[in-house]
Structure formats: C-alpha cells, structure tokens
Write a protein that binds this ligand. Sequence first.
Ligand SMILES: [Zn+2]
Ligand SMILES: [Zn+2]
Length: 358
Amino acid sequence: MKIHALQTGTVRVKDRFLHPSPGRRRQLDLLLPGAWSEPLPIHCWAIEHGGTLLLIDTGETATARDVPFARFDVTVEQELPGALARAGLSLADVSEVVLTHHHGDHVDGVVHVSAPVRVNDVELQFAGTAASRVTRGLLRQPLPRGFAPEPLVLDDGPFGAFSRSRALSDDGRILAVATPGHTPGHISVICIDDEGRHVMLAGDVSDTLEQLHARRADAVGPDPAVHVATLETILAHCTEHATVYLPSHDPGSAARLRESTIVNQPPERTPMHAVVVNLTITDPRAAGRALHEQLVPRVSQAPGFVTGYWTAKGNTALSMSMFETEEAANRMREQAAAGVPAGVVLDGIEVREVVAHA
Ligand SMILES: [Zn+2]
Ligand SMILES: [Zn+2]
C-alpha cells in the first residue's frame, strides 16, 4: 500500500477558528475582524492498493471564494490534476473517490473527476437540509457543478473504538469510520499500512494534532458535545492501535505520513521522589546565610524541582525537597553531597519515593 499526500494550495483561517470563543460567541466571532493564521495546507490523499487508486477528498480549486473566516490561495496548477501529476499519478487511473464531508475545500476538485464519487449518507442528508443550503448561499459556497455522489452507508459495524464503519477495499485494509462533529456526517478513512499501523486520513475532524490532544471542539460544528465525543473516540482508538493521525489542514500531516509518526500517549505518571537531608548546625549565622542565599535558590532552580521544606530544631536541621522524577532527585542528592555549605555538618542524605501527599 502506498499513500500519497496531495496538496491543492493553502488556506488561512481566523485564529478564532482554531481557538474558538466559548459559548454563544463561538460562531459569531468568526464573522468579526480578528487575527489570521499562517497559510495551512489543503490536503487530499491518494491510496495505491491492490491495483486500485482511491482518492480521499479532491481538494480546492482556483475559483474558491473567500469567506469571513477563511482565505484561499489556490492556483490552477495546484488543483487536483497537477497535484496528482506531482505525485507521479494520473486522473485517468483513479478508481473511486470518497469524500470526508461536503465542504468546498474537500469537494470542489470533483469537477476534474470522472470516477465514481461516494459521500456518507448522513452527510448527504445534512447537505440537503434547508439550514445547510442557506449557509452555503450566505457564504457563496455552492456545491461544485455536477456534484452527484452515491451514498456511502457505514453498515459494517464497529471498528476499533469507532461504532460505525464500512470497508472501502476488498481486503478490508481501507475503511471509512464515522467521525461526526465538524459536520454531522463527517467520516475519516483508516488505512492499515504494510506494517499494521492505522493511517487515519482525518479530514476536518480537527485542524491539528494539538486540537485532538486538547479535545477542543471547533467553531463551525453544529454540536460541540458530539465533536468532543469523537475526539475522545479517536484518542481511545490510538491507545489500542498504533495510529498515524493526518488532518487535512495540519502543517505537520505530510511529515507524519512520511515518517510514520504515531500518536503519542500521555506519558505514564512517575512517582515524585524526595531528597531528604539531615544536618547538624555548627554556626547558626553562617548556616542561615547559606540557606537563604545559596541553598534555597539553587535547589528551587534545579530541573524537576516541585517543592521543598527546610526545618530546624535546636542545632539540627532537616530538609525535604520534592522532585518530579527519581532521576532528578538523584542528581540533586549528588550535588548536595558535593557542596556542603559553611556552618553545617552533613549527617545523612537519601532519596525516597513519595508514596502520598496532600
Ligand atoms: Zn470542513
Ligand atoms: Zn477543510
């Protein structure tokens, strides 16, 4: 199996699109003046597998009109035929097209395609509703000429963490999964590569990997709760399967495909470790100065430092400094043993695991 990242120009979006305002301003702020992102890629994907060439999305065209929250930069040469040619592929070899959702930057390139085109039936229904038609009219974003896709019904049952799926290849190594949120009928396509990794062509499920990890709904989806549930489902899938996550507009997607970078899990929590120091004070004034001027500043700036307490009773002192990892605590123990300040005698120093704190 070979997966190609095709790019049909770029789009800049409002910052409020990538980081939506909370509550009712979520969609309103998209229409107001605001800062813009760097140019983001408009990707679509070609999959060579088992003698077929499957396209996922078709990219944008040079005729795209800007909207209040997105500015397109696409030349005729960057449209689908040129993008395919740059990957050494030809439109004539395309066996089938599957679209992740009905937005223009994913479907406008179908004007170039004569192969069959399929869209999730739920998405087709949504695109046909009055609300969706009015929005397209207001934004002057008509569906492309000759847009008449066949419905794709996700009736193959669950796949991994996803409740609905549909095989797109005979051997089941390419399949569509339901990822609603950005639009109600949005799908993603998972390709099981030759090493068994799940390469997920995620459309606009999120704009970036960062948004997936942050579990942040976008500004345009009709129901943020549905969107967040889908992001949770994808993260759950990633814990079970090595997954390469490729949203259409993520500037990091092409490199992650090339390097097969899988979605990292949050690191397992390691227990804190404490450095416990026992001292005898021989010169209280010198010891006090050393404590405030040297010891506390040095320890609190050490890598991995969390918190510390320095206590005294009579001529004895006991300190306990917490570190994020055992390694960081060991480093501090070595430093402390090597540099005992004036006015004290070191009686003992050890690293202990923190088993509870409140
Ligand atoms: Zn979209
Ligand atoms: Zn898009």
